[in-house]
Design a protein around this ligand. Structure first.
Ligand SMILES: Cc1ncc(COP(=O)(O)O)c(C=O)c1O
Length: 407
């Protein structure tokens, strides 16, 4: 069986049924091509994608500068390990450091790996006696054991216990709960400035500043997980910049390389110096393709003015969704920070996602009741209107009382 003869969605699904582990809930559609905010399935249907690549396709599908950089790099040098120096990795570290808080970078391939690196570095800094990490309820940090133990949602732990020791979860937004949880063995606080998978929950005013103060007072490492919110997604390079506080370590992945797998941490130099040769590594981390893709992503954001554009995108969605909320009783709350958009519904959002799919609109439902949109920063106003129009139709239909046919 060769991969280059086109197959129908049904044929591909049959392959999956037989050969691929069923650990994902998938829509019965095989996607074959993407361009900007649209994707096409094997049958030629076009979909408007408001959740491209689970947030990885920050610039939409196949962004031209990223495609060009990857094409060029693939023909020159695909991979060399970290026993060598690579210009692109050095330049990417410089770009991230200069746009954040002046730290040093370690590169890996995913969000969970970035979180693992941050946790290991935090524990290293807590030696000899401190190892406990305070993390937040409803957080999401990934599926590897460290990241999973840090994740404050029991549903993801079920079946995989025991989790790693030393994690304490407290309500997101509650400063006093963090203060109460700190003891002489605590080494770090881990928080997402905007909880993404947790339902687009934005840090309340003063919260991150208060965590910074607590960390400074107790000598703790403050880690911001910006895997979902980072690299321009919210209208600033990093979401924490909305609140004017800096972490000691920041994690990045998802949109970092415009859809190519990449992860990173940025750590303050004094902390970073603790990671000595042999203590941590990732074979593919910082490979030339990912680094060139990330540099092209940063260049695109800068040259196309996508930081202010992210704010405009958020404003436009907010306006449209508020208009809709005024007419549609299903919408409980709208939460927006740049191109991170959450729509809390009165009930289950899963059927809404299904009906949107039937109308060729792709979005996500998280925490059962929150519709999550992570549109590409390249989305046009027309595409926003198109998406909001379909969503409005679907939500209004769902809000109508079901009419029982008179017999
Ligand atoms: C904030 C945050 N951290 C970590 C992760 C894990 O990333 P990955 O799936 O790339 O391991 C995610 C994924 O959704 C995330 O949203």
């Amino acid at each position: 069986m060769t991969a280059n003869q086109p197959r129908s969605s049904a044929e591909v699904i049959a392959l999956f049924d037989r050969y691929v582990i069923g650990n994902y809930k998938r829509f019965p559609v095989c996607l074959v091509r993407g361009e900007g905010c649209y994707v096409w399935d094997a049958e030629g249907n076009r979909y408007l994608d408001l959740f491209p690549g689970w947030g990885c396709n920050l610039l939409g599908h196949c962004p031209p500068r990223v495609v060009e950089a990857v094409r060029e790099q693939v023909g020159r040098l695909i991979h060399v390990p970290n026993t060598w120096y690579l210009e692109a990795q050095g330049l990417l570290a410089q770009a991230l450091s200069e746009r954040s808080f002046g730290g040093q970078c370690f590169f890996c391939n995913s969000g969970a790996e970035a979180v693992e690196a941050a946790l290991k570095l935090a524990r290293l800094c807590g030696k000899p006696n401190r190892y406990k990490i305070i993390a937040m309820l409803h957080s999401f940090h990934g599926r590897t054991y460290g990241a999973l133990s840090a994740t404050g949602q029991a549903k993801y732990h079920h079946g995989f216990e025991p989790m790693l020791p030393g994690f304490r979860h407290v309500p997101f937004g509650d400063v006093q709960a963090v203060a109460d949880a700190i003891d002489e063995e605590t080494c770090a606080i881990l928080v997402e400035p905007v909880q993404g998978e947790g339902g687009i929950r934005i840090a309340p005013a003063g919260y991150l500043q208060a965590l910074r103060e607590l960390a400074d007072r107790h000598g703790l490492v403050l880690i911001f997980d910006e895997v979902q919110s980072g690299l321009g997604r919210t209208g600033k390079w990093f979401a924490y910049q909305h609140w004017g506080v800096e972490p000691d370590i920041m994690t990045l992945a998802k949109g970092l390389a415009g859809g190519i797998a990449a992860g990173a941490i940025v750590a303050r130099k004094e902390l970073a110096a603790k990671l000595q040769p042999g203590m941590h590594a990732a074979t593919f981390g910082g490979n030339p393709i990912a680094c060139r893709a990330a540099l092209a992503t940063i260049q695109t954001i800068e040259q196309e003015g996508l930081l202010p554009r992210a704010e405009q995108i958020g404003q436009r969605f907010r306006d449209r969704l508020r208009e809709l909320q005024a007419r549609c009783p299903l919408i409980r709350e709208i939460r927006v920070l740049g191109a991170m958009i959450g729509l809390e519904l009165q009930g289950d959002g899963t059927p809404i996602v299904q009906r949107c799919l039937e109308r060729r609109l792709l979005l996500n439902c998280t925490q059962q009741t929150v519709l999550r949109l992570l549109p590409a920063l390249t989305i046009t106003d027309e595409q926003i209107e198109e998406g909001c129009h379909i969503l409005a139709e679907v939500l209004n239909e769902a809000a109508e009382p079901t009419t029982v046919a008179a017999s």
